[in-house]
Design a binder for this molecule. Structure first.
Ligand SMILES: Cc1cc2nc3c(=O)[nH]c(=O)nc-3n(C[C@H](O)[C@H](O)[C@H](O)COP(=O)(O)OP(=O)(O)OC[C@H]3O[C@@H](n4cnc5c(N)ncnc54)[C@H](O)[C@@H]3O)c2cc1C
Length: 276
């Protein structure tokens, strides 16, 4: 299935494909192997996610060594979430507590291009946006050279977040994380876990399609909504979109096709020229 998905998405020339590490119950063991396969066999730039969950620091160093040996250059350094069935985040007794510590570890022993996560609607455990932004700044100061956002559905959350980030000198690209809605129950589960909000109007329409047992209509709305979201983001200067594809290609492929036809990113340049 992953092979078929990537065969399709490869035609859209993604800048990179990233492989999750233990997210939402996925296995950790295969991240390095799959990332290597994407880079070496499929010839697509690849990024391995790595989280601090359940691993002592020694093992994290080993995994980083394995990633290094495969000629993968990019690592998304994460804290991770509590394993399924647990609600409270507990670091491994001989492990790391925050993603910043993982970034420090990587920087001190390896040469990778490091990315980190950020949260336009504030991380659920953070005290407030200011505090969360300060940690994002520390991730960048520690060595993250780009940030990818948690999924969000209201672009104003993204642009407000970027503005606040720039105000405290977070000057790296902040890539917008977009999850096309393909299943109502699934997106409700994800958003409740990660603290993202589904705007009222969108929620109401999804609810209507769901209550009339029309999954096709949910999918069509999800794709149309994400397309509008991406077009607006790119037209207003977002440096790129990171699609949470969940190993499925049709929604992302449809969105990409529409974006390539409309080319919203060119509007940023032409509007700037008109103003000059
Ligand atoms: C793009 C993206 C990809 C992801 N991929 C995966 C994946 O592959 N596998 C997976 O398990 N999860 C993944 N996640 C989920 C991620 O692990 C969770 O969102 C997790 O809860 C937070 O990770 P983090 O790296 O931002 O943690 P941290 O940066 O450690 O932040 C966690 C919380 O602690 C606070 N904090 C940070 N540093 C400090 C500090 N020094 N002192 C006190 N508080 C601090 C922050 O404000 C935040 O509230 C991904 C998330 C994103 C956005």
């Amino acid at each position: 299935m992953l092979e078929q998905t990537l065969a399709v998405l490869k035609d859209d020339s993604p800048d990179f494909v990233s492989v999750t590490y233990g997210a939402a119950g996925s296995t950790r063991e295969r991240t390095v192997e799959i990332t290597k396969w994407i880079k070496q066999d499929l010839g697509i730039e690849a990024m391995a996610h790595l989280s601090c969950v359940g691993e002592p620091t020694d093992r994290l160093i080993e995994i980083l060594g394995e990633i290094r040996e495969t000629s993968i250059d990019n690592v998304l350094a994460l804290r991770g979430d509590p394993p399924r069935g647990e609600t409270e985040w507990k670091p491994h007794p001989r492990g790391l507590r925050w993603s910043i510590e993982l970034i420090d570890l990587i920087r001190s022993q390896f040469e990778f291009c490091i990315g980190a996560a950020c949260f336009p609607e504030v991380h659920p455990e953070a005290e407030n946006l200011e505090q969360d932004l300060l940690y994002a700044k520390r991730k960048v100061d520690a060595g993250a050279s780009f940030l990818i956002t948690q999924l969000f559905f209201d672009n104003e959350d993204y642009f407000r977040f970027v503005e606040r980030a720039r105000a405290i000198d977070i000057d790296v690209p902040i890539i917008a994380g977009i999850m096309p809605i393909t299943n109502f129950e699934q997106i409700k589960r994800f958003t409740s876990m990660c603290g993202a909000t589904i705007p009222g109007e969108l929620h109401a329409q999804l609810e209507t399609h769901h209550s009339t047992d029309d999954p096709e209509a949910v999918l069509e709305l999800g794709v149309a909504y994400a397309t509008l979201q991406c077009a607006d983001l790119l037209a207003r200067g977002a440096p790129g979109i990171h699609f949470y594809t969940l190993n499925k290609s049709p929604a992302t492929r449809a969105i990409m096709a529409a974006l390539k036809a409309a080319r919203p990113w060119e509007r940023v340049v032409s509007e700037a020229k008109e103003l000059a």
